[in-house]
Structures are given as C-alpha cells and as structure tokens.
Design a protein around this ligand. Structure first.
Ligand code: ADP
Length: 168
C-alpha cells in the first residue's frame, strides 16, 4: 500500500487544492489530506471547520481521508505510515520555499520523500489568501471555490450570500 500525506493550511481549500487531491488520489492507494494547526497564524476557519469542509469535498473519493496535525510533519507521516508528502507547485515563486521545506523534511525523516505535482494551468494563480481578500470585499469567488465554501466565506466576512450570487 502506497500512502501519501497532502499537508497544508487549506484556509480555505480551493479548486487548486482539490485538483491536486484528485490527481494524487489517482497515483496513491491512500491519501491523507492533513490540515496544519498553525498556532502562529489566526485562520479564517478553525481546524475542525477546515477538516469538515475537506471531508465534504472529498466524500466521493474513497481512498482519501482527512486529518490534522500540529507537530512535525515527518512525525505525522511516520504515525500514518506514509512515505510520501505531496505538495503543489504553482509558479517558480513557490519553488524556493518548497525546495527548502522538502530538504528539511528529508533531513528530519529519511524515509519520507516529497513529491511535487504542478498545478493545472487554470489554477496557477489561485491562492487561499487571494480568495479571502476578494471575498472580504464581496467579490465573486465562484471560480475559486465550490459554492458551499463560498457561502461559508461570505458569512465569515458578512459580505454577501449565495442567494445574491445566484441572482446576478
Ligand atoms: P501552506 O500554508 O502549507 O502553503 P496551502 O493550503 O496554502 O498551505 O497549500 C498547500 C499546498 O497546496 C502547497 O503545496 C501549495 O503550494 C499548494 N497549492 C496551493 N494553491 C494551489 C493551487 N492553486 N494549485 C496547486 N497547488 C496549490
């Protein structure tokens, strides 16, 4: 059984992340999407909210499970018996940080490798922070996240509701 972990903040999960999840789930027998509980950042969605959002978007993917972690990623991989970390690469600007992270994890856990999936071009520009910024001004985020997530984001910001998007 080839098991992989796809870690990230996923605050919130976007179509870009979902594309990586689908593609990784086709390559590996089991994929665990894991929400990082980063105590240094104030997220829009709590870890529990993010986990349940991802559970909803992956409910038709039988080999995908969802969890969270707050310690070292390599320890989490070891506990989950996963030898591969999946990361998505959007642009060259992601590369330097991701390479450093992958090399650090390789030093910390010699049995864990990082595999990068390059983003599908239509999502190359997409990031959770852009989605939040657009939503905070009431902009249209329907091309970035599934409708139920868009609604949850607008509710957090008190900007606009799904009904209003449908009316447009
Ligand atoms: P982090 O805070 O760990 O960067 P993110 O939730 O922003 O977490 O992203 C998790 C992973 O998904 C990272 O590897 C990131 O590069 C990747 N990713 C983010 N957005 C996209 C996208 N639009 N297409 C492909 N990969 C993406």
């Amino acid at each position: 059984m080839k098991r992989a972990v796809y870690p990230g903040s996923f605050d919130p999960v976007t179509y870009g992340h979902i594309d990586i999840i689908k593609r990784a789930a086709e390559i590996f027998d089991c994929l665990e999407v894991s929400v990082l509980n980063n105590k240094g950042k104030t997220p829009l969605f709590s870890v529990d909210e993010r986990v349940s959002i991802i559970k909803e978007v992956t409910k038709d993917m039988p080999n995908v499970t969802v969890g969270s972690y707050d310690g070292l990623l390599v320890d989490y991989c070891r506990k989950n018996d996963a030898g591969v970390i999946i990361r998505g690469l959007r642009a060259i600007t992601d590369f330097e940080y991701e390479l450093q992270l992958a090399q650090t994890n390789r030093k910390l856990g010699e049995n864990v490798d990082t595999i990068f999936l390059t983003t599908s071009l239509e999502y190359a520009y997409l990031s959770s922070s852009t989605v939040k910024e657009v939503a905070s001004f009431g902009g249209d985020i329907s091309k970035f996240v599934p409708p139920f997530i868009a609604d949850m984001i607008y509710k957090k910001y008190g900007t606009r509701s799904e009904e209003r998007i449908n009316e447009q």
